[in-house]
Design a protein around this ligand. Structure first.
Ligand code: SF4
Length: 366
């Protein structure tokens, strides 16, 4: 049989970039029965195949026809960095030789995958390495799904991913249509991964006008806040502050149609001497009191060239206590994967100094 490699030399049809309606139309153009759309989608998402050859419930003839016009857009070039704390950072090389990163983070009984939605980022949050790259481009559907499927491929038989957060490189709400398509594939039961929407979180730096789109997706919403005054936010997150002021962002959060028993998450990166003072904590309490929410405090993860410093543990706990004493649920996020630059805010153009494991074939497990 013809060897169907993962990478296709021609600008043929990329099956993994198709939504269900697109796959349905494609199947119609082939004059195949309608059920074949879901059949192909199942192969791609549930069975995670990389070659059309493996679609063994299609006839040999149909597989050959399909292979002449289509391919499966998975990256064959995946490098895995393993942190001492068990965190794994994946570098996936894209067709245009750019790379994206995703991170698998173990924490007690949870295993969370942090997924990227853009190469680089259009925003320029001063405490984030990705922001320093600028925006190279949006990811396509197959490139987002490739991160999820690759992480699944690399799990040991005992492991199971419990949560998925769109908090990797990029601003997810700036790539909204593709984000929606990815959530649809991850949550679809007949042909997708069948995840509950409650296990998925979308994090935004504050695209206030698009929060209702997250509500419509039925997933959790996290807001990267990091500041308690307009001036501080302009200083720390100038591009995000330009898009929406702190006041309008919080107004959008207050209007957010939360389902019963759900709450918003506010992420707050603690920067020593910048936003970690008790006065900041008091202002944060005032701002968030009217909102059903919890706060994740993230002690800044340093990277070379950054002008910010990580606060002392004492200052982090003092900040947390101030929030808790005022009745806000506040948690300190453990920093995971710092030694491989896989921690929050560290995804970008620096790779860890630990030896990577390069996977030349996906059958290889790290
Ligand atoms: S924190 Fe998020 S939104 Fe801000 S620059 Fe980094 S990736 Fe972009």
């Amino acid at each position: 049989m013809t060897d169907l490699s993962t990478r296709h030399p021609n600008p043929a049809v990329n099956l993994l970039a198709f939504t269900e309606p697109q796959m349905t139309r494609f199947v119609q153009t082939q004059r195949w029965p309608a059920y074949r759309a879901k059949q192909i989608l199942r192969w791609l998402h549930q069975r995670r195949i990389r070659t059309i050859t493996d679609m063994t419930d299609l006839s040999m003839h149909d597989r050959l026809i399909l292979s002449r016009s289509a391919f499966i857009g998975r990256s064959a070039d995946v490098t895995v960095f393993r942190s001492q704390d068990g965190t794994r950072k994946f570098l996936l090389k894209l067709d245009d030789d750019m790379t994206i990163e995703s991170v698998l983070i173990p924490d007690e009984d949870r295993l969370t995958l942090c997924v990227s939605t853009q190469v680089g980022c259009m925003l320029d949050c001063g405490f984030c390495l990705t922001g320093q790259m600028g925006l190279k481009r949006n990811l396509k559907l197959n490139e987002i799904m490739d991160q999820v499927l690759t992480a699944q491929d690399l799990l040991t038989p005992e492991e199971r991913m419990t949560n998925l957060v769109f908090m990797g490189m990029g601003e997810p709400l700036a790539n909204l249509d593709v984000l929606k398509a990815a959530v649809a594939a991850i949550t679809n039961s007949p042909w997708g991964l069948g995840w509950s929407r409650r296990r998925i979180t979308v994090s935004t730096a504050g695209l206030a006008s698009r929060l209702s789109e997250v509500a419509a997706m039925g997933v959790n919403l996290a807001i990267s806040l990091n500041a308690t005054t307009e001036e501080q936010r302009r200083e720390l997150m100038p591009a995000a502050a330009e898009i929406a002021s702190l006041k309008s962002l919080l107004a959008a959060c207050r209007r957010y149609p939360l389902p019963p028993h759900r709450r918003l998450t506010f992420e707050y990166v603690l920067l020593a001497g910048v936003n970690d003072h008790p006065t900041d904590a008091r202002r944060l309490v005032q701002l968030l009191r009217p909102i059903q929410c919890k706060v994740n405090l993230i002690p800044f993860n340093e990277f070379p060239g950054s002008r910010f410093r990580r606060p002392s543990e004492h200052d982090v706990l003092r900040f947390q206590s101030a929030l808790r004493n005022a009745g806000l649920d506040a948690f300190v996020r453990k920093s995971r994967g710092r030694d491989v630059f896989g921690a929050c805010g560290q995804l970008g153009e620096i790779s860890g100094d630990r030896s990577p494991i390069t996977l030349t074939a996906i059958e290889t497990r790290c």
